[in-house]
Design a protein around this ligand. Sequence first.
Ligand code: CAA
Ligand code: NAP
Length: 248
Amino acid sequence: MANTRIALVTGGMGGLGEAICVKLAALGHNVVTTHSPGNTKAGEWLESMQRQGYSFRAYPCDVASFESAAACVKQVVGDLGPIDVLVNNAGITRDMTFRKMDKANWDAVVQTNLDSCFNMTKQVCDGMVDRGWGRIINISSVNGQKGAFGQTNYSAAKAGMHGFTKALALEVARKGVTVNTISPGYIGTKMVMAIPKDVLDSKIIPQIPMGRLGKPEEVAGLVAYLSSDEAAFLTGANIAINGGQHMF
Ligand code: CAA
Ligand code: NAP
């Protein structure tokens, strides 16, 4: 059965998402991803992945919108069948000090990072419970665990994701469905490259005991484990993968 599982990874065209798609495909999953409805590079990405030997499917989806998430999952299920593994990975930052933050920048980050967990999980959870097997993996952040300067919106949303994980994990624990959070530290993707270089060099890298950014593949390996049969007893956890930046 492991070879025929369907995994839906939101935001698979981003730095972490692509590595997760590649890893899950290498393990034999049938991998489906989403992109923002306005993403004009989706076709290009799919072709490039095809050249590398990966035949992913991709669907437009605004994860911040319940209606968009519902339409997307309906289409995926109609085309391929029910979803066994959901990775809530799509996310954004709108970094600024609280003093400068307006409501639009609060809402965008909370809706994209946190509401998306409800929007996407709602579409797949009942089916997983009915079939007696499922994996829900929420990609949070070290900054949801420890807070970060300039990220009241993002830290709140990412902390909220783990509250969601814990509550849902309790509800589905007896049904063969696990729900876990991964909290990566700073990984070398375009999200981190958007940080001003002087801030990255002077304020962030020095806080990482390993003295480097993480690699997307390092997070993808953990997603692969959580999505496996072996991880059946692991639920409600928040697994840090941050080069030692935050230990607790
Ligand atoms: N710690 C302490 N002080 C900081 C600071 C930090 N990390 N970052 C900025 N400051 C200080 C500056 O030194 C400056 O102080 P002075 O006024 O005393 O000179 C002050 O804050 C600047 O404040 P401003 O309101 O003028 O802010 P700004 O316009 O310069 O921008 C910022 C502030 C948006 C927070 C900018 O510094 C920034 O982008 N920082 C990076 C935030 C960050 O870590 N984002 C993570 C993105 S990646 C990600 O989120 C992935 C993940 O999950 C890990
Ligand atoms: P990234 O390269 O910027 O990718 C983000 C992805 O999210 C993109 O594929 C984007 O799709 C998608 N997305 C954004 N808004 C969306 C929306 N409304 N609807 C659908 N998709 C949307 O970032 P990343 O570094 O890979 O981050 C992936 C996840 O890991 C995020 O949740 C992030 O918060 C988390 N994280 C990252 C780090 C890090 O250091 N990089 C650390 C901890 C946690 P489009 O391109 O199609 O818009």
